[in-house]
Design a protein around this ligand. Structure first.
Ligand SMILES: O=C(CO)[C@@H](O)[C@H](O)COP(=O)(O)O
Ligand SMILES: [Fe+2]
Length: 214
């Protein structure tokens, strides 16, 4: 069964606590938190105090997606807050292996995110230690964008690399995920599905979560 990760970026920031309770009751597996610095991506989302408040409220694990130029910056703080998984963009650093180790040394799962144009080969030599690869299926920076179908080939390629290498890592997809694109991605090999606008705009969150779980 797929795991469903609602992106809280699509939640109602004036009532985030209610949204968290409702999404948990609807069966969400993990909350996805998008951190944007206005540098790596042309948008700013929210920072540490908001993540802390979400961590105190949530009863399910948190997945932090760093869209920042210095992804190594706040790793100890996220660990302290009880974050379970952290991903950072390979395009944002010359030292992905070092950052992966830093995340692991703080007891969290480490993921590497790839922009739509970045080939999956970039993570090949990191696979022995990686916990998950995040394939961006939109250009990072905003919720509510349209799924870029050319990214599906990358999921398939990564699934083949996983099979051939025997390394155990999860494939996460993020951006424009709805019932239709979720099916395409899971068939290609993804197991962690991030969804923001589709889930939050659906009238029946439990039904929407169940459908994505497949
Ligand atoms: O990382 C990002 C955007 O940069 C995502 O996590 C979005 O927040 C997903 O939102 P939808 O595309 O599902 O609306
Ligand atoms: Fe994200």
């Amino acid at each position: 069964m797929n795991k469903v990760l609602p992106s809280l970026l699509a939640g109602d920031f004036m009532r985030l606590g209610d949204d968290i309770e409702k999404m948990e009751a609807a069966g969400a597996d993990i909350f996805h938190l998008d951190i944007m610095d206005g540098q790596f991506v042309p948008n700013i989302s929210y920072g540490l105090p908001v993540v802390k408040a979400i961590a105190e409220k949530s009863t399910i694990p948190l997945d932090v997606h760093l869209m920042t130029n210095q992804p190594e910056q706040f790793i100890p703080e996220f660990a302290e807050m009880g974050v379970a998984m952290v991903s950072f963009h390979i395009e944002a650093t010359a030292h992905p292996h070092r950052i992966m180790q830093l995340i692991h040394n703080h007891g969290m799962k480490a993921g590497i995110a790839l922009n739509p144009h970045t080939p999956v080969n970039m993570v090949k030599h990191l696979l022995p230690e990686i916990d998950f690869v995040l394939i961006m299926t939109v250009n990072p920076g905003f919720g509510g964008q349209e799924f870029i179908s050319s990214c599906v080939d990358k999921i398939e390629e990564l699934a083949v690399m996983k099979e051939d290498s025997g390394y155990d890592f999860a494939i996460e997809v993020d951006g424009g995920i709805n019932n239709e694109t979720a099916e395409i991605c899971t068939k290609a090999g993804a197991g962690l599905l991030v969804s923001g606008s589709h889930l939050f705009k659906s009238g029946d969150w439990k039904r929407a979560v169940d459908t994505l779980k497949g």
